[in-house]
Design a protein around this ligand. Structure first.
Ligand code: SF4
Length: 361
């Protein structure tokens, strides 16, 4: 037996959980119900639901013949209701396709609705003593820390590596020198992940794996397992026109929907456009560029970054400072000081303040 498995089994004997209501039972039905309930919920929350559920649906046939409403009523408050729906559907499927007998092979169990590879392995271990590896979130955390796996465990390659590791670490087949074998080992992983190698503040001082733990040795416990990498935020670009005439600037009201909905804003122009042609086309105004005094800057929204290029322009004397007649767009000419008193988005306020500062400089 590998020393990893032996340490885990011995630890479980003394410090693991032995009196959970679904332990020391070989009935695959009740083990399946408990494993599904435990998928996203902690043990203490699950226990009363599990007991009530089994009282109402003591076996697979009673669950299969119940209505979905009855099943969901028993599930009410436990959350993630697709689990309850899947249990009901699976019970009916087992009655229909497997003569009401819960399948034994792990490859068949993991095909059942709502049962992934790790849950299927746990059912096979506890119901049939099968030598299968589990790899839920707790186990991924233990293995990532213990073996110093630096990359995010959800990455396909890393997950494959963790499955391989989990398989290699199993107690050796047929070896019975430590009580319980595969069941005690699997329970040990679950218990260690839930009570010692926890996500926050793991109790390394009392951990049976401490002497072998890479993360502990390298002071890396706090950063392993690596969190899910964030996708780089997409960046968009826009030009905000600072159209000046007789000491006033042109603002326009944004449509009610979309970013900055209903706020006063500087007119926006796509970066691909020529500002002089754009102003002639959209506002009927002749303009000339002013020296660019305000640098481009980035404003961060929840889902994207907006690179804003301010473009100062002066209305030609020959052109009149109209508000234009663009259908449905409200516009006004206002002083910079007054513009800062109306409802404007933060980056426009930032830009106008920079304009005021550069004018006073
Ligand atoms: S020593 Fe700490 S980090 Fe390492 S397995 Fe044990 S509890 Fe987890």
């Amino acid at each position: 037996m590998s020393s990893f498995a032996e340490k885990m089994i011995r630890w479980q004997e003394s410090y693991g959980r032995h009196h959970l209501p679904w332990q020391n039972i070989r009935d695959p039905y009740v083990i399946w119900v408990s494993e599904v309930m435990l998928q996203q919920t902690q043990v203490t929350t699950v226990i009363p639901y599990y007991l009530r559920f089994l009282q109402r649906f003591p076996d697979l046939n009673s669950l299969a013949s119940a209505s979905l409403d009855e099943v969901l009523a028993q599930w009410s408050g436990l959350g993630y209701y697709s689990r309850g729906r899947n249990l009901h559907r699976t019970a009916q499927l087992i009655v229909r396709d497997h003569q009401g007998i819960f399948p034994e092979k792990v490859e068949v169990i993991c095909q059942l609705p709502g049962v992934g590879r790790s849950t299927a392995a746990a059912i096979a271990v506890f119901a049939y003593g099968a030598r299968c590896a589990i790899l839920d979130g707790n186990v991924k955390r233990i293995l990532a820390r213990c073996f110093g796996i630096e990359r995010y465990p959800g990455e396909r390659k890393i997950e494959a590596l963790l499955w391989q590791k989990a398989q290699e670490l199993l107690p050796e087949q047929g070896e019975k020198d430590v009580n319980g074998g595969i069941e005690a080992y699997t329970q040990a992983l679950m218990d260690l992940g839930a009570t010692v190698c926890t996500r926050i503040k793991p109790k390394c001082a009392i951990c049976p794996l401490q002497s072998d733990c890479t993360a502990f040795r390298n002071d890396a416990v706090g950063r392993l397992p690596a969190p899910k990498p964030r996708k780089p935020m997409p960046e968009r670009e826009t030009v905000l026109l600072m159209l000046m005439a007789q000491g006033k600037i042109l603002l326009e009201k944004r449509p009610a929907r979309g970013i900055w909905g209903g706020l006063w804003c500087l007119p926006e122009m796509p970066v691909s456009e020529n500002a002089i042609e754009y102003c002639a086309r959209h506002f009927g105004m002749e303009v000339q560029p002013l020296p660019p005094r305000i640098p481009s800057f980035v404003h961060i929204f929840t889902h994207f970054r907006l690179r804003i290029h301010p473009h100062p322009l002066q209305l030609n004397l020959s052109s009149s400072a109209t508000t234009g007649d663009h259908i449905g767009v409200e516009r006004m000419w206002t002083t910079l000081a007054d513009a800062l008193t109306v409802a404007i988005p933060a980056p426009v306020a930032k830009l106008l303040n920079m304009a005021v500062a550069s004018r006073n400089a």
